[in-house]
Ligand binder design. Structure first.
Ligand code: THU
Length: 126
């Protein structure tokens, strides 16, 4: 399953809109029903308007009515593979505090982790 999820994240990365950083990111979010939702980073001339690939995927899933996630794969060009930024960690935590996370790059390096490790003591309003 990880292999397919990484493949989908790679595919999503091709849709990244990153003319300012030239750093394309793809994400693939596995839902509890087996469906996969892709996300890519979308940058903006007003830099603060940029949305990361992970949040693109989460917001797409939520907008479609899906709230149960089983895993996320993230593909960047970085070696070792880059992990989600703090913002994305907190957004993922809202829906899946222990979410398994697979990080990869085009060279085929793979790092497996989970959200509880990347974001301990997650903020909750209640
Ligand atoms: N980016 C992501 O898509 N995900 C992250 O977790 C970190 C950064 C994007 C935002 C921006 O378009 C580019 O990578 C460089 O920061």
């Amino acid at each position: 399953m990880n292999k397919n999820l990484i493949e989908q994240a790679k595919q999503a990365r091709e849709n990244a809109y990153a003319p300012y950083s030239n750093y394309a990111v793809g994400a693939a979010l596995l839902l509890d029903n087996g469906e996969i939702i892709q996300g890519a980073n979308v940058e903006n001339a007003s830099f603060g308007g940029t949305v990361c690939a992970e949040r693109s995927a989460v917001f797409t899933a939520i907008s479609k009515g899906f709230r149960k996630f089983k895993a996320i794969a993230v593909v960047t060009e970085s070696s070792p593979p880059a992990s989600p930024c703090g913002f994305c960690r907190q957004v993922l935590a809202e829906f899946a505090p222990d979410l398994p996370i697979v990080l990869s790059n085009p060279q085929g390096e793979i790092t497996e982790t989970n959200l509880a490790t990347l974001l301990p003591m997650q903020f909750r309003l209640k």
